[in-house]
Design a protein around this ligand. Sequence first.
Ligand code: AHR
Length: 636
Amino acid sequence: LVAQSQTTGGKKISTDLFGLFFEDINYAADGGLYAEMVQNRSFEYSPAERREWNPFSYWEYITPGYSYGKISVETNEPVHANNPHYMVLTAEHVGHEESFKGDAGVGIKNPGFEGMVVKAGEKYNLSFFARQLSEKAVTLKISLQKKDGKNIAETNISTASKDWKKYTATLTASETYDTASLIILAATEGQLALDVISLFPQNTFKGRANGLRADLAQLLADMHPAFIRFPGGCLTHGDGLDNMYRWKNTIGPIEQRVEQRNIWGYHQTVGLGYYEYFQFCEDIGAKPLPVLPAAVSCQNSGGTWRVGGTGQKALPMDEMQDYIQEVLDLIEWANGPVTSEWGAKRAAAGHPASFNLEYIGIGNEDKITPEFESRFKMIYEAVKAKHPEITVIGTAGPFHSGEDWEKGWQFAHQLQVPVVDEHYYTDPKWFISNQYRYDKYNRDSSEVYLGEYASWGNKLRNAIAEAVYMTSLERNGDVVRMASYAPLFAKDKFTQWTTDMIFFNNTTASLTPNYYVQQLFSANRGDLYFSNVIKKDAKDSSLAASCVQDSKTSDIILKLVNYDSAVAKTMKVDLSRFKKMQPAAEKTVLTGDANAQNTLQEKNNITPVTSAYNISKTFNYTAPPMSLTVIRIKMK
Ligand code: AHR
């Protein structure tokens, strides 16, 4: 990357500099981006996840019309061994009393994730597995119901199979309503087993089955990220060996996936699993960056802080060969030909073409212990030997400085790990005073993936501090290969980590100033960096700027940042090295009160404003207080 471009004199920088970090934290996946509307669809919620949870959580037993019967949870002959619990519904008496108006029956009601959002005229795909246990077939009356009991979509299905069978139907909503429930009523007497009761809008992102919430996915697409890292974060290594995210558990039909406790205190259906992550990356033109556990759990703890945590820090050595094979199998699954064992599974899932995997992360901010080092080395060397075409990303551990961080880097240097993942969440002032951090990094060693970072807060001040820092990432784009802000999503009232990029509820989202900064940098990436184009007072650390060129379009992009909350400041722009520029450029400015932020109630306090802007070869630009300006210049 260090070579100078022959044609323009710019320094080559990474084309993958700005991407996204996705973790199922703050209900980002289940109840968030993953469009499943039923909560606890497989009756797998358990008290091990939350003391108050059990397989019937979010399912209410209902008996309208003077009916009676019972429900129970069973595990004998489940739909699939990976999905052990199911519900048995027994309708002993279905009321027919004349005085009762409405649907009589014995059944269950699911409110989804605090209510299901339906839109008039839109279609919803229902599916479930049922096994007939009584002699007589049972007629199920299925509806989407408002709080006042009015059905706004309904269908009937008769179940008559003595073996597990998948049933599907389409529900069309007659009204728009934000807090509907799904009702399944046995409308005739009998007994049946039910499992994996699922409801999806047909209108998912790009209409994908088992897909993503269209509005939230679109917000990510609008950022034009170079890559998406998934599935975490700490979710990757889990808090105990039993809680690690094992990719093979997350592919295939949803009823065969292994659901598990989410380290952030809730449940993962893994319905948004590896196939869906890779497909989404492809759908929005981002490179997939799966991060796999380095065979150790969170901080090598073995989950000692939780009930049931065994304290076992790392996978036993006699399981390592199998684990290494699991990592290698992922590469075959993503890229291998359809004739290969794992490539065939990808093809069977609907994607015969390669997913073009280039990067794999091994480990997530793990403590650098002998347990970690030995296992990382084994995995890394096996991947390098079998797949030299894959770039492995290691980890510098949980700190941005100090002995442990140095240990992480030394270890990576020793092994010549191509890219090392650093994480830091800190004060905005830190980002200002450390904006020269990467100027000092060794160019002859591993490159950096700044995999998680954020300043503490979602005010404009935080976002602009990050913008200052991001100009330094561009300047150092020869050694910083990638960067991603974290965390990405936070669901209103279900947030475990308070500084995030996108806040959302079931119907809408609020974009933070931090989102806009990320978007402005990501959508305005370049592959050549030019120094000395923008001159500022060298002593003034509140000012920062960068100039890049995107050689695909030849566009020149200037980013000018002023972190001073009170004073507009002028920088001198000298574009005389560029020939044939169009004078009519475009300028986008993000500015406002340093303490302003956007909320779900007030979404537009801070938004970028784009306007036409005429440039000349040299000009002065006065950056408003607390602002980021992006000027995009086209060539003739
Ligand atoms: O982004 C939230 C958490 O912060 C991640 O899960 C973890 O890697 C880091 O400590």
